[in-house]
Design a protein around this ligand. Sequence first.
Ligand SMILES: Nc1nc2c(ncn2[C@@H]2O[C@H](COP(=O)(O)OP(=O)(O)OP(=O)(O)O)[C@@H](O)[C@H]2O)c(=O)[nH]1
Length: 348
Amino acid sequence: MTEGWPPLTLQCPGVRVKVHYKLEAEIASMTWRVCACDIKFPNKSYNKTGGGMTRRGSQVTLYSEDGVSLFEGNRQVFVPTALYKGAKVAVKAIADKVELNRTLLLELKREHAKALTVLRPWLWLEQLFVQRFTSVTFRCGQLKDIHHDHLARFYGACLDPPMPCVLIEYCPKGSLQDILENDQFKLDSMFRYSLMHDIIKGMSYLHSSEVRSHGDLKSSNCVVDSRFVLKITDFGIHRLREVCREEEDSHAYWRRKLWTAPELLRMGQDAPLDGTQKGDVYSFAIIVHEIVTREGPWSGIPDPDMSPYGKSPSALAYTGTLSVRVTERVPRHTPAADDAKARGGLNS
Ligand SMILES: Nc1nc2c(ncn2[C@@H]2O[C@H](COP(=O)(O)OP(=O)(O)OP(=O)(O)O)[C@@H](O)[C@H]2O)c(=O)[nH]1
């Protein structure tokens, strides 16, 4: 629809040349791209028998440093780690074949530049462009630029065989889900409140960034660092990790849906892969419920009609000064991240 529009700023030859060379330079640098030889698995090289990952069909199996499978029942309990430029990183497998065609890259960059320079005042149009031209390169470039206290840092992606993967900041205390399930962690109300606070801050920043929404927010995608600061992880990489997903009829597949907003569930395969901001806030409400009860998502919901195990999914979660109401049929009533932040008195 907007393809034929001549971008006003790009009509000036000087600007065009500058934009062209800037895009060329960005593509040539691809600062997010990581060489497999720079990823050091502890005591082992990057191979199948040492620490790392192997792939069987669409299934990726994770191995610890001593080669023991890290699946426990239906649940993975750890993530493989490696050293990258001196930092300990979580290594997550991505699609086998990620094709980077230079012409396509340049085109994608160009279209994105057009969208941002020409369409900035019309955000809905910009969104259209951003969604349309989301690519591996474009997305990885965006992720590399995101730095926030409550978002796990994206170090880059390795697209080289034998094991394409993304490298993400490793947080040694594990995921929020791990912590909530571990009775040895005593969580007082201040700590619970600070966990929620961290999620809201991270989510709010993500929503204001070019990534726009998480799309898979859940307690296992919130990780805790050595100072007990919570960081949201795995944002913006769904497209890359799509092929590594579990089979559709598996327990893990359906379990993932426990955090998904009903309006997205109803869309089925047509649901946007990156989710929506309202959908993230819904997922946040489920996490709040997990933090309060420590009994997993949806436990103790008195009305079976409200539980996904009952007839219709919807949730009501309250905690302290923060209350988030999520209703089944009216996603427009789901508050935005900033509303939730304000209701919780978290604007400071
Ligand atoms: N200690 C630690 N554990 C992590 C970290 N990231 C992930 N994990 C653990 O590794 C498990 C597997 O992580 P992922 O491969 O991202 O899988 P998931 O989050 O369970 O599910 P998806 O994101 O939907 O694939 C998580 O459930 C956590 O227990 C991290 O930074 N530090």
